[in-house]
Design a binder for this molecule. Structure first.
Ligand SMILES: [Zn+2]
Length: 455
């Protein structure tokens, strides 16, 4: 008898590297294919071969376009994957932007390391390049939301809105007579931009994320908190540097800033969006009007609140210009990208503020700074941090524990088995305790590489 098995090759016991493999009768489906980020021991897994041959995977389902869910695709394709990568239309557009940007960062980091000689690898090579990303982009196959789609091999997929970021989906998979639901990353209820996570009525097997499985978001209006931080920083002549996920968070910040400006608050503070990827993602938001809550006019006004800097020279000028201002720049956990140059320029001065705007994974500079680190290593050099370090966790794109429970309560009956994934430290343990206590479902915290026989 053919068995349906589940095995997580990443995104289990960690919030990055999501890769969940379903196998049935010799066929393989991979749900998400993300990069590991953060701790060195995790990042090194990006370089190790996958425990299965990429050519043996028949199809990839992509829940959303964040790098920790799609960033390994160029390597998967380079190593022999030849199937379709199925996702929503907005995710396909965003994944293209994100994979090309990631390839560019991989190439320029390798180049920078070679020129400055601080890598122990000689020569330092990129994990993948732009050419590999282009090949992965060619395999993207967009489908609509809420329409069951036949993917071959007896496999049926329905995407439901997950909120989180534009295009993000909950994947409802029918295979071998069973329904397996992957929550993907769940968004927040009542977010001004993204839709609420869609209720799912039934699942035989469920994988649910647990990023905030042990935490509740503060009930503070993000606009108010943002205004207070910007006002006190500019009053002392400082600049607010916001490391932000280029996709999702940057647009949410622009929305809140444009609302503040429209209300006559922060009238004089210039805002810069210094990330070509975030600029592209903002344009995309206006193109996919049906996938979010903003009307066309609000969307246009939100995007227009900032001065965009695409050019590297403009970005450098921004680092050198000491007028009080707000700079939004990627990456969100300060693991790479242009924001590192701004941290080098603004971090050592106590008048400035470094403002984080969401979850900071273990091992990232973001987590170190929020944890009180007063120096961080950037481009091989220790940079002293005297700037104020603040955080707006309520701007997170992830549901907190109460919101995850609210989504789970939409199921008509308990799944046969519930697996907790995509969490680290207390997240999965906290969520397991809450599910058992509130819903009475038994659940398993998935371990990486462990195969679970479902049926
Ligand atoms: Zn995500």
């Amino acid at each position: 008898m053919t068995k349906l098995t589940l095995r997580s090759l990443g995104g289990a016991g960690t919030v990055t590297g999501s890769k969940h493999l379903l196998e049935l009768g010799g066929r393989r489906v991979l749900v998400d294919c993300g990069l590991f980020q953060g701790l060195k021991a995790l990042r090194e897994q990006n370089w190790a071969p996958l425990p299965i041959d990429p050519a043996s995977i028949d199809v990839v389902i992509l829940t959303h376009a964040h790098l920790d869910h799609c960033g390994y695709l160029p390597k998967l394709v380079r190593e022999g994957f030849r199937g379709d990568i199925v996702c929503s239309a907005a995710t396909a557009d965003l994944a293209e932007i994100i994979m090309m940007d990631s390839a560019k960062i991989q190439e320029s980091d390798a180049d920078f390391a070679n020129r400055h000689g601080f890598s122990k690898h000689k020569p330092a090579l990129p994990l993948y390049g732009k050419h590999d990303a282009e090949k992965a982009i060619d395999r993207l196959k967009p489908i609509g939301f809420d329409v069951p789609t036949d993917l071959g091999h007896g496999l049926q997929l329905t995407l439901r809105y997950a909120g989180h970021i534009i295009g993000a989906a909950i994947a409802e998979v029918r295979w071998g007579g069973k329904t397996i639901v992957f929550s993907g990353d769940l968004g927040r209820y009542g977010d001004p931009i993204t839709p609420d996570p869609a209720a799912v009525a039934r699942a035989d097997y469920l994988l649910v994320e647990s990023t905030y499985g042990d935490r509740r978001h503060e009930a503070v209006a993000p606009g108010e908190a943002l205004q207070a931080i910007i006002e006190r920083t500019t009053a002392r002549g400082g600049t607010v540097v916001i490391p932000a996920f280029a996709v999702g968070r940057a647009q949410e910040l622009l929305y809140h800033l444009s609302q503040l400006k429209a209300a006559g608050r922060l009238p004089l503070t210039p805002v810069y969006l210094d990330s070509p990827m975030a600029i592209d993602a903002s344009d995309l938001l206006c193109r996919h009007g049906g996938d979010h809550k903003l009307d066309a006019d609000t969307c246009r006004k939100s995007c227009a609140v900032a001065t965009y800097t695409r050019d590297v020279e403009d970005s450098k000028r921004l680092s050198a210009n000491r007028m009080p201002k707000v700079i939004i720049s990627a990456s969100g956990m300060a693991t790479g990208g242009r924001v590192l140059h701004h941290l080098k320029a603004y971090g050592p001065d106590a008048r400035n503020t470094i403002l984080f705007s969401g979850y900071q994974a273990a091992g990232t500079r973001g987590q170190a700074l929020i944890g009180g680190a007063r120096e961080v290593k950037i481009h091989g050099q220790w940079i002293p941090i005297r700037a104020e370090v603040a955080n707006l966790p309520m701007l997170s794109a992830h549901a907190d524990v109460d919101e995850i429970l609210r989504w789970l309560s939409g199921f008509e009956r308990p799944p046969t088995r519930t697996f907790i994934v995509h969490g680290e430290a207390g997240g999965p343990i906290g969520l397991k305790a809450r599910i058992e206590q509130d819903l009475g479902w038994s659940c398993t915290i998935s371990a990486q590489d462990e195969a679970y026989v479902l049926s």
